[in-house]
Design a protein around this ligand. Structure first.
Ligand SMILES: C[S@@+](CC[C@H](N)C(=O)[O-])C[C@H]1O[C@@H](n2cnc3c(N)ncnc32)[C@H](O)[C@@H]1O
Length: 272
């Protein structure tokens, strides 16, 4: 037992020694690492497999050219000036650096207008495995002031998002959290689970179902990409729609919302 704990601690240290994974939640490295050590005999192979998995679930979506400090200083300058269009345009250039928000750019306005038109006034939002999606806040037409909570696995991204949200008229807070082991249970009006379930299920096949049942929200928007990261589309929508149906509780109501670059489902858990 002691030897296993030591091997895992050594694996976590080796993964964190690499600059690519230094910012990743240690809880997630530990979880993936423990699975990979149990699966293989070689230590080096387990380290490599852990890095590969971390790349698949997170790193693969980010371009290499992100610079949170530069982005934040430009956003701060723009937010304090008069150039609202410039501020929005700059947010879009940043959203281009994460594949998930990049794909949403052509439908950004329509996406949030359509979703919010389906709902009573939303006062609190939980953005699960958010990536750079909180940067889309200026495109979310909330009727009343909102509390916006977000989480992802990267410390530097979360710091950036916290500083960014402080520039907006929103009560926003981002945190580092591995939702596989520690799903938020705070009561909210709306949870966003955008393009995340396929990612989590690469680590744990039961993650999607557990997440949807644990989230304490009246409404949940779950979405799926319609193209793979490599650009392939064939059969993806049907594949995801079928897998999604299997995650649902029969008491929930579900509405399908199709967009050009994203397939979304609005779940209503509480119909009052
Ligand atoms: C496909 S991206 C979707 C990003 C965002 N929801 C969007 O649609 O714009 C998946 C995100 O999940 C995050 N992620 C992966 N595993 C996670 C975990 N165990 N806990 C929290 N976030 C995770 C990744 O860092 C990545 O930002």
């Amino acid at each position: 037992m002691g030897a296993q704990i030591e091997r895992l601690a050594e694996l976590v240290a080796s993964v964190k020694a690499s600059s690519r994974y230094r910012q990743v939640s240690e809880a997630l490295i530990r979880e993936i690492g423990a699975r990979e050590l149990a699966r293989r005999t070689g230590f080096k192979e387990a380290v490599k497999a852990t890095k590969n998995k971390l790349h698949q679930v997170g790193g693969a979506y980010l371009t290499d050219k992100y610079d949170y400090n530069a982005w934040l200083s430009e956003l701060t300058r723009l937010a304090h000036g008069e150039d609202r269009e410039g501020f929005l345009a700059y947010l879009k250039t940043i959203m281009n650096h994460h594949a998930s928000t990049r794909e949403r750019l052509p439908i950004l306005e329509q996406f949030y207008q359509t979703i919010l038109a389906e709902l009573p006034p939303v006062r609190s939002v939980l953005d699960i495995a958010c990536g750079l999606n909180p940067l889309a806040l200026p495109w979310m037409p909330f009727a009343v002031p909102v509390e916006y909570r977000a989480c992802d696995i990267y410390h530097d991204m979360v710091d950036f998002l916290n500083h960014f949200m402080a520039l907006l008229p929103v009560q926003g807070q981002a945190e580092v959290r591995d939702v596989l082991q520690d799903c938020p249970t705070r009561a909210v009006d709306l949870a966003l689970v955008l393009k995340t379930i396929p990612c989590l299920e690469q680590v744990d096949k039961t993650a999607g179902s557990r997440l949807l049942h644990t989230i304490n929200a009246r409404h949940i928007v779950v979405s799926f990409p319609v193209h793979s990261l490599g650009g392939r589309a064939r059969g993806m929508q049907n594949h995801y729609a079928t897998g999604f149906q299997a995650l649902l509780d029969p008491a929930w109501s579900v509405k399908r919302l199709e967009f050009a670059t994203e397939l979304a489902f609005l779940i209503t858990k509480d119909r009052q």
